[in-house]
Design a protein around this ligand. Structure first.
Ligand code: 3H9
Length: 712
């Protein structure tokens, strides 16, 4: 094994540098390397103090997540590395740059001093991986910062800036020069000073006198989010409680280890760790032919961009591009709409300033990067244009013709469509290889997901450029194939159809939503529908010919159809935007959903009209009927190679649709929590119950894999 830590000397100072790119994760080799280097430094009489730092871009960013369940516990484990550092007979200075996260921060807490570069960040992200900071983080952290801070940071996983870390007592000094040189200068100063009193493990917990009140408040706060949520935050809290309630530091550590074991062996932690790697796996895209992929295709440079359409999506997309320093032209046809769009972007920028996320100077820079225009001719020099006009094929085609005629030949033409056919848009251009879909999610400047849709003729270079741009603008770009609704909305349609049938058969909207929330989604289907606006789906269905005179009310295009959503729209209930939809919001734009007797009356009248005997529907049936057709559709999507791997589907659902990370996304959940044989059996059961709904027919890939899993 190559050396993953090295010891060098500058005068009387030993420098232990971790060398394990890209993030210096604390793998077996790193733990071994640090231990050996520290022992050598201890026995070298020429060394009087030690600086511990990371090579390349960062201080260790945590334990090596890929080792969990494997080499993770192999000696020396992380806890014993920390004991070696803290007990060294020479002072150790942690010199932090980049990110000191999780195990990396725990390493720093075992050092006697902590220096931090002003640009560095730190935190305990373990909770997002379904675990806790189990290398004594829950015990040491409240001994350097106030108990209330420790609880807030560990249970939320929030990363903080160097400035905040310094103000919270987590680091001793901020520096802005070369981190190693700063560390050496500092170490020279303290080399001969007594340091043993700085061992964090020997210090009292800060704020212990009010511990009961602090824990009670934290428990209340976490309990309010616990229904359907992950178990890790509460376990983190219990572990921190050990720092106050256990009689010794060692007993606290044992308590922490017991809770960590419980978490590690829970399915949730495995799912959350899968989610972490899935999000990274999607950037390694590959076309179904296998020959064109992210390894062998280079992106083009994108220096300037344009967005067509200054509505909610267009302004959100423009804001996203501007925030990453990309000069952006915003095009509208009408001065009034353009002004409204520019004002909306101005508001978004002001919000960032108010939240202290950007300075006034940065805000000014964003304004100068934005160029509003009424002329398509201004598109001539841009590297990419993203159209965000009305979701209608004829309008999109008109816009694509104009973009094709006016943009330079190398420019990429992208559509922010949520459902429509990219290949059809490409037919009206002379550059189908440069046409691609970029499906942003609302609000576009906030949501992390970006579904990028490859058309039949989209070139590898166009894909590589858009995937690269996605990362640059802070999005999780997922490449998918072209079909109605792509991956996310195609699966959502199945879930929506069943949710609507359930309210025809006996549930009320809030009952379906409650089940979904207990599963872990932040909002139920009907709440989300009200938020998005029921009229959008209504118009799309009209465009597809699903709504119109002469159609039977409950059976359209060869299968069962629920007109409940149409009934809502036809009664003026468009969702939050009209103050009422499935729920009542009190006022236009209201956000708090209340049950509405009028909605319930509309549903009951519909049932009466069609002689539907409403029945009590158990939560199990609600969940199976909402989730299993969606999962079945996910397998169809894989079978048709619209997605090339589970990770793409799961990441789309976790980052764009609120699927709870602690169940790993629909595909992971199906395979690991429920089991494919069970899903297959239930699909057949419901197929027999509801023969007039095609989505209960199990897809061939699911059938095959269920059979294989059943044999194991
Ligand atoms: C922990 O510490 C537990 C302890 O308390 C207790 C132990 C007893 N391990 O994200 P990027 C890989 S839990 C393994 O694209 P960026 C990543 O998969 C840990 N691999 O870069 C990717 O690989 P590839 C607590 C890791 O610049 C490559 O590195 N720490 C780890 O956008 C680049 O990653 C965390 O949770 C890891 N810990 O962001 C921090 N980290 O190229 C997790 C990264 O093959 N990491 N990789 O796809 C992060 O948040 C980000 O990676 C970071 C850099 C902000 C550091």
């Amino acid at each position: 094994m190559t050396t993953m830590a090295e010891l060098t000397r500058r005068g009387i100072i030993g420098i232990v540098k971790v060398k394990h790119p890209p993030v210096n994760a604390l793998s077996y080799g790193v733990r071994k390397g640090i231990t050996e280097c520290m022992k050598k430094a201890e026995s070298d009489p020429a060394i009087q103090a030690v600086v511990l730092c990371g090579d390349g871009r960062t201080f260790p960013a945590g334990a090596d997540i890929s080792e969990f369940g494997g080499k993770f516990a192999e000696g020396p484990d992380l806890r014993s590395v920390l004991v070696t550092i803290e007990n060294l007979r020479k002072p150790v200075v942690a010199a932090i740059h980049g990110t000191a996260l999780g195990g990396g921060l725990e390493v720093a807490l075992s050092c006697h001093y902590r220096l931090m570069h002003t640009t560095a960040r730190t935190g305990f992200p373990e909770v997002a991986l379904g675990i806790l900071p189990a290398a004594t983080g829950t015990q040491r952290f409240p001994r350097v910062t106030h108990l209330a801070n420790a609880i807030e940071m560990i249970t939320s996983g929030r990363h903080i800036t160097a400035k905040e870390a310094h103000s919270k007592g987590i680091v001793d000094k901020l520096v802005s020069g070369d981190i190693i040189q700063e560390g050496v200068t500092f170490a020279n100063d303290i080399a001969s000073k007594p340091y043993r009193h700085l061992m964090v493990s020997t210090k009292p917990v800060i704020g212990a006198e009010n511990a009961q009140q602090i824990f009670d408040e934290a428990r209340k706060r976490l309990a309010s989010r616990a229904v359907g949520g992950p178990i890790a935050p509460m376990m983190c809290l219990k572990a921190i409680e050990g720092a106050v309630k256990m009689p010794t530091f060692e007993k606290g550590i044992q308590h922490e280890a017991d809770l960590m074991y419980l978490l590690m062996t829970s399915g949730q932690a495995r799912a959350q760790q899968y989610a972490f790697f899935a999000e990274r796996a999607v950037s390694k895209w590959e076309l179904p032919d296998g020959a064109t992929n992210s390894r062998n295709t280079k992106p083009k440079a994108v220096k300037t961009a344009a967005v067509i359409g200054a509505g909610t999506m267009g302004t959100g997309i423009a804001m996203t591009l501007l925030s990453r320093g990309i000069p952006t032209i915003l095009i509208e046809q009408d001065q009034k709409f353009l002004d409204r769009g520019v004002a909306a972007i101005g508001k978004l920028i002001a919000y960032q300033v108010n939240k202290k996320r950007i300075s006034n100077e940065q805000a000014q820079k964003l304004h100068t990067l934005l160029k509003p225009s009424l002329h398509y001719a201004d598109l001539k020099d841009v590297d990419i244009v993203i159209e965000a006009v009305f979701e209608n094929m004829d309008i999109k085609k008109t816009v694509f013709r104009k973009m094709d005629a006016l943009c330079k030949p190398s420019a990429i033409l992208a559509s922010n469509t949520s459902n429509l056919n990219i290949d059809e848009m490409a037919t009206v251009t002379k550059r189908p290889g440069s046409v691609i879909g970029m499906h942003f999610f609302a609000p576009a400047n906030v949501m992390r997901l970006l579904e990028n849709i490859r058309g039949r003729q989209t070139s590898g270079e166009t894909i590589a450029t858009v995937m690269d741009l996605s990362k640059r603008i802070g999005k999780v770009g997922v490449l998918v194939g072209n079909c109605y609704g792509f991956v996310g909305n195609r699966m959502l349609h199945m879930y929506g159809a069943e949710a609507s049938f359930l309210i025809e058969e006996g549930c009320l909207p809030h009952e379906v939503d409650q089940c979904i929330k207990v599963f872990g989604f932040p909002m139920g289907f009907f709440q989300v529908a009200d938020l998005s606006g029921l009229d959008i789906g209504y118009k799309a269905r009209k465009g597809l010919g699903l709504i119109g005179k002469g159609l039977p009310e409950r059976f359209r295009f060869g299968q069962r159809y629920s007109p409940i959503s149409d009934i809502m729209v036809e009664n003026g209930r468009l969702g939050q935007k009209s103050g009422k939809g499935y729920y009542n919001y009190g006022k236009i734009g209201g956000r708090v959903p209340e049950r509405d007797p009028e909605t319930e009356e509309l549903i009951l009248n519909f049932c009466k009209k069609h002689n539907i005997q409403r029945r009590r529907i158990a939560p199990q049936e609600v969940m199976e009927r909402c989730l299993y057709p969606l999962i079945n559709e996910g397998f169809k999507i894989l079978q048709e190679k619209i997605a090339t791997k589970d990770e793409e589907i799961d990441t789309i659902w976790m980052t764009g649709y609120g699927w709870p990370r602690h169940t790993g996304g629909p595909m992971y959940y199906a395979r690991n929590f429920v089991g494919l044989p069970k899903i297959y059996e239930r699909l057949l059961y419901y197929k027999a119950q509801f023969p007039d709904s095609k989505h209960w027919e199990p897809c061939e890939l699911l059938r095959k894999e269920a059979m294989q899993q059943a044999k194991l």
